[in-house]
Design a protein around this ligand. Structure first.
Ligand code: NDP
Ligand code: A1CAB
Length: 271
């Protein structure tokens, strides 16, 4: 049972996670604290919107928190960790959602042996639909991992992975929603060009994505079979897919994931 949860960093990812947690009622709002570097308006917005607590006093924010989630950009990690490291103790759990950065690096920045868990959620946390991968650092026990898994299970799925796989996970499920939104943007533009009004196109495409996701989850069929089931010989789908193939879209998606993974590795090396 988490008594107090603190977010260091109050941007997109922190908001997505806290929205999911507030909606799931996993934790009462008065036990969720947020802080950031300097944007006071942002903290006021989060307090008004979600009724979570905020203070500029970092010590107060982390004091008594059983779990502290670090959600800052990789280049802000060192400053944010060193600004709170003196206020942290081994009976607290630090969860980092920072892309690319290893738990060992975070422990070095902390300069102590407090437990660190690394997680890679995505912004679908806000809708309770994140696919979160979790791994534990050398000072974190199974109990700490379980605490993190329980927390992320309230906002989607939580899967333990080896830390070496976190770069691939980041490229797939951390960044993944953006690839889907990119596809949707192109489909919406094409739909409007073809004469549909935007709202109709948006609703049809959204349900198409949700339905395809549900089929992937529940049908027991692999994506190739699901695709084949839609593709009539000489039909519309075949004409569309041949065009995608002609534009090397399969290869482009593979290159996209490879590039994102490499970027995750680079981000980790910069610290
Ligand atoms: N966005 C996403 O889809 C995902 C992001 N992540 C990871 O989450 C992390 C945050 O990303 P995102 O939320 O998009 O980033 P944002 O830029 O939206 O938010 C970053 C936050 O960090 C705060 N911050 C910066 N420096 C400090 C500091 N020294 N002390 C306290 N807070 C600080 C900023 O405060 P201020 O505004 O005052 O400068 C801001 O609130 C990244 O490491 C990213 O890799 C992981 C999974 C998915
Ligand atoms: O783009 C990024 O670096 C972060 C990590 C995963 C999603 N967003």
């Amino acid at each position: 049972m988490i008594e107090k949860l603190t977010f260091i960093g109050a941007g997109s990812m922190a908001e997505s996670i806290l929205t999911g947690i507030v909606n799931s009622e996993f934790l009462p709002k008065e036990r969720i604290f947020v802080t950031n570097k300097s944007d006071k308006e942002r903290l006021a917005f989060l307090e008004k919107q979600y009724e979570v607590q905020h203070t500029d006093d970092k010590q107060k924010t982390v004091d008594g928190a059983d779990v502290i989630i670090i959600a800052v950009k990789p280049y802000d990690l060192e400053a944010s960790v060193t600004s709170i490291s003196d206020c942290l103790s081994a009976d607290q759990l630090l969860i980092s959602v920072v892309a690319g950065v290893a738990t060992d690096t975070i422990s070095q920045l902390l300069g102590n042996e407090m437990p660190v868990v690394r997680a890679m959620p995505n912004t679908s946390s806000a809708a309770g639909q994140s696919a979160t991968a979790v791994t534990r650092g050398k000072f974190a026990s199974e109990k700490h991992l379980k605490t993190a898994m329980e927390l992320f299970s309230t906002i989607g799925t939580a899967t333990e992975v080896a830390e070496a796989d976190m770069h691939a996970v980041t490229a797939i499920s951390g960044s993944g929603p953006a690839y889907v939104y990119y596809l949707v943007e192109a489909m919406e533009t094409a739909a409007v060009e073809a004469g549909l009004d935007y709202d109709t196109a948006h609703d049809l495409i959204t349900q198409t994505i949700v339905g395809a996701g549900e089929m992937l989850r529940t049908s027991g069929l692999n994506p190739s079979k699901l695709r084949e089931n839609i593709t009539s010989p000489g039909g519309t789908t075949q004409a569309g897919l041949e065009t995608l193939s002609g534009h090397n879209v399969y290869e482009a998606v593979m290159a996209c994931v490879q590039q994102a993974r490499e970027r995750s590795i680079e981000l980790g090396k910069k610290l």
